[in-house]
Design a protein around this ligand. Structure first.
Ligand code: GLA
Length: 384
């Protein structure tokens, strides 16, 4: 469902007879650096022009009333009774819980939210919801929280309520993104650079496999545990290593025999390779060399599929078809994986023709109507 900011504002007035403040919280894409935000790597995400609108106003009570325009569901809960429920409610409740735990003076409020961000498509609708709410509450209650702290609060909310042990990439991109720029984020220090992304030649196109992914399902957390286990072993063998950054893929290969779990070995190899690729990718992007940058994206997909095992038949198919077109510089699954979108860099004048062909082949093979979205890079969460 696509909802405009006007529709969200109108729904708010209809439900709460009040004038709200309006906010936009974007989804994110990620060019390269997948599954390495929680593995001490660099990532290269960007906020996009598709996201969630929030209409929010204090209600001078101690109750929170929220309406999800997409799900057509309401939540009414007293501030002294915040607890986990399920689904979208946990993203909201997790944020409120974190703010209260940190003693921010949050009072009762009314809110309506919705927009255009397909859930489970790898565009981080969860971070958009969390960050949009935290940003709005920061604004209406003058909480004085810095933007970076908003990202950390929302990450913690996701760990504690929905229970996904995510890294910082999604929340950081959603809040800190800048129009026409990519963030090069060091996930260890949270230091970041903004690199202009030139879309003159190539369009950023997502193809949604419509295979629904849910990171709350557990496999994401398993990857995280396997990487941690691998890092422990690497530290024993290479005592100088503090993080994956200090290890090369060759050093992982050199001690292959000492891994008693083949999956853990593969995860470590992927992570070290991806850290190298992201660093190379940043240089290529700065040099505006999209062609070679795209080659790295294909390699990332291969790693995600064969070593990190977070792809699926449908995503592999979409990337294989993309490889057949020289006008596509790069393509790979994007986000947590197990479904969702591929991100593709496609020559502008070929977007229509190529995506139609791929969507048709995909339909023939899987009987699923894939969706195609062209993306623009936008500013992070902001008041409207
Ligand atoms: C999800 C998580 C992020 C990141 C990606 C994979 O989107 O929320 O923190 O780990 O998966 O790169």
């Amino acid at each position: 469902m696509i909802l405009s900011v006007q529709e969200i504002a109108a729904l708010f007035k209809e439900k709460f007879y009040n004038d709200p403040r309006l906010f936009f919280s974007p989804g994110r894409i990620n060019f390269i650096g997948e599954h390495i935000d929680y593995n001490d790597g660099f990532v290269m995400p960007a906020a996009i022009d598709k996201g969630i609108f929030f209409a929010v106003a204090p209600n001078n009570t101690n109750t929170v009333n929220i309406y999800s325009a997409e799900m057509h569901e309401e939540l009414h809960i007293a501030l002294h009774d915040i607890h986990k429920i399920d689904g979208w409610k946990n993203y909201i409740l997790g944020v409120i819980d974190q703010l209260l735990k940190r003693n921010y003076p949050v009072k009762g409020f009314d809110a309506v939210f919705g927009g255009f961000l397909p859930v489970g498509a790898g565009l981080s609708s969860s971070a958009a919801v969390e960050c949009g709410l935290a940003f709005a509450l920061n604004d209406i209650f003058d909480l004085n929280i810095s933007k970076v702290d908003i990202t950390l609060i929302c990450q913690k909310a996701e760990h504690t309520y929905p229970g996904v042990q995510c890294g910082i990439m999604d929340q950081f991109a959603s809040v800190m993104g800048k129009k026409d720029h990519v963030l090069l984020l060091d996930c260890n220090t949270l230091h970041y650079d903004l690199l202009p992304f030139n879309t003159d030649e190539y369009a950023i196109v997502l193809i949604n496999s419509k295979v629904h992914h849910s990171l709350a399902g557990g496999e994401y957390n398993v990857r995280r545990q396997q990487s941690e286990k691998g890092m422990q072993l690497l530290k024993e063998k290479y005592p100088f290593a503090k993080t994956f950054r200090d290890i090369t893929p060759q050093q992982v290969k050199d001690i292959k025999a000492t891994f008693d779990d083949a999956d853990v070995y593969k995860r470590c190899l992927y992570v070290t390779e991806e850290i190298e690729r992201t660093q190379k990718g940043a240089l290529l992007l700065k040099a505006r060399n999209i062609k070679d940058f795209g080659e790295l994206m294909f390699k990332t997909h291969e790693g995600l599929s064969k070593l990190y095992n977070v792809s699926c038949e449908e995503l592999d198919f979409l990337v294989d078809r993309a490889k057949e077109h020289p006008e596509i510089a790069g393509s790979r699954l994007m986000g947590g994986g197990f479904g969702g979108c591929t991100i593709n860099l496609i020559k502008h004048d070929k977007v229509e023709e190529i995506t139609c062909a791929i969507v048709k082949q995909y339909k023939e093979k899987f009987g699923i109507e894939a969706e195609v979205y062209s993306m623009r890079l936008s500013d992070g969460t902001h008041i409207l």
